[in-house]
Write a protein that binds this ligand. Structure first.
Ligand code: SAM
Length: 412
């Protein structure tokens, strides 16, 4: 057993405290899951299926469910999904390999597995997807759903499909799903999970491929996508959406239907510390009125929806780096404490109908401070990466698609 666990790690790796921590964690989760697997395979699968159905039922009901109850249900779903992942027997390398593709970060399954616990992101998406599917199936006998960059657990869709199957809401003749991920470890986990959930009839296609190169065999009715991090940085959401929007059927929908990326100048201590002192967890419901009023909004930097994606023009720079133009912003003038403020970039995610993921509901909508953007202030160190502007200046925001994506402000 020991040999198998350690086979991919050289002696030198043990000297690296980061790798050692990762290993200990991985060993612990594998051992914990071994203890739990005293259940037979069919018992484990039954527990797993129930955990998925229980968690999604709590987010689909319209009455308020306490945070603690949601946390417990999502934690159980996570534990069961990790046990399923353990059955896929990924090598240490497949579990922990993380790299940057031409269009963004490819996270390891080890790091991705936590997204199934991101309660309010899954809630906003699953409720939106549920309404989109119900709407489409009113007019069509069957729909195709594409979920690229779905990670090892495809958590925006697999719990919902488990619920549909259990309650006979929609059959596998009505919904045909394709799951796409670039990471071989994510794909192995997915295959195991789909089998464990007995969802093979709904999931007709699982493929390891870069989503920016994937060409679907038929047009897509519903494109479900979440490959973003806070401040709309690092992952390839925009490149993937821009490529795949072309394959939507004429009346096809995207979930999220709109992402609005906005900027604001904030006092860091008020926005990120003081306003959260009295609450147990950060959530849009608890955004503090005083902190809200203290923000200086800059407006929308970029909007991503079906029509903006179809119009968006890439600009290729001399070194092959691709960018798209966002909005032109005029920095407000005469703000007395502007020099003490930092730029924070945040996403408003409208998934579908009135559903969404609000500010602070998930890591993906946490405002992200950008410490390289100065207004009415001089950076202490002169760094070429720092951006310096004054109130009244016009700033054009570009979005870098290549490497690690993110915004690049340019003074006009
Ligand atoms: C944070 S996880 C995905 C989260 C998942 N969408 C969810 O809802 O929980 C990131 C996953 O996206 C995949 N990914 C990122 N960029 C990709 C790309 N261009 N093509 C295919 N998969 C990609 C990674 O391999 C990784 O498994």
């Amino acid at each position: 057993m020991e040999k198998q666990l350690f086979s991919d790690v050289t002696k030198l790796d043990f000297a690296d405290p980061q790798i050692d921590d990762l290993l200990k964690y991985s060993i612990r989760t594998q051992l914990e899951s071994m203890l739990k697997t005293q259940l037979t395979a069919s018992e484990r699968q039954a527990v797993l299926q129930k955990s998925f159905i229980d968690a999604i039922r709590l987010v689909l009901i319209d009455t308020k469910v306490e945070h603690q109850q949601l946390m417990a249900a999502f934690e159980t779903m996570y534990d069961c999904a990790v046990q399923s992942m353990a059955q896929a027997k990924l090598s240490q390398e497949l579990l922990t390999k993380q790299y940057v593709s031409p269009t963004g970060l490819i996270m390891s399954p080890h790091n991705c597995k936590h997204t199934i616990k991101d309660i309010y992101r899954i809630k906003g998406y699953a409720r939106g997807i549920d309404q989109a599917i119900r709407g489409m199936l009113k007019n069509k006998a069957q729909i195709t759903v594409l979920y690229p960059a779905c990670g090892p657990f495809a958590p925006l869709l697999l719990p919902l499909l488990s619920y549909y199957k259990e309650h006979g809401v929609f059959s596998s003749d009505q919904i045909k799903v394709s799951l796409i991920d670039a990471h071989p470890g994510a794909v192995l986990s997915l295959q195991q999970l789909v089998e464990d959930l007995a969802l093979e009839d709904y999931v007709e296609h699982i493929e390891q491929v870069d989503a920016t190169e994937f060409i679907p065999e038929s047009s897509v009715d519903l494109l479900v996508l979440e490959a973003m991090q806070h401040g709309f940085t690092k992952e390839g959401q925009l490149s993937i959406a821009k490529h795949l929007v072309k394959y939507l059927s004429i009346d096809g929908w995207m979930v999220p239907k709109r992402i609005s990326i906005r900027g604001m100048m904030v006092i860091g201590e008020t926005e990120f510390n003081q306003q959260w002192k009295e609450v147990d967890y950060s959530h849009s419901e608890y955004v503090n009125e005083a902190a809200l009023n203290d923000r200086i909004e800059l407006g929308e930097l970029l909007r991503i929806d079906k029509s903006s994606l179809l119009k968006m023009q890439e600009v290729e720079l001399a070194n092959g780096i691709k960018v798209v133009a966002g909005n032109l912003i005029t920095i407000p003038k005469g703000v007395a404490d502007m020099g003490e403020r930092v730029l924070a970039i945040y996403a408003n995610v409208e998934t579908f109908a009135a559903e969404g993921v609000g500010q602070y509901d998930s890591g993906i909508t946490h405002p992200r401070p950008d410490m390289t953007f100065y207004v009415d202030a001089k950076p202490k160190e002169v760094e070429h990466t720092h951006f310096v502007a004054c109130g009244g200046d016009k700033v054009q925001f570009y979005y870098q698609l290549s490497g690690l994506p993110g915004f690049v402000p340019v003074k006009v």
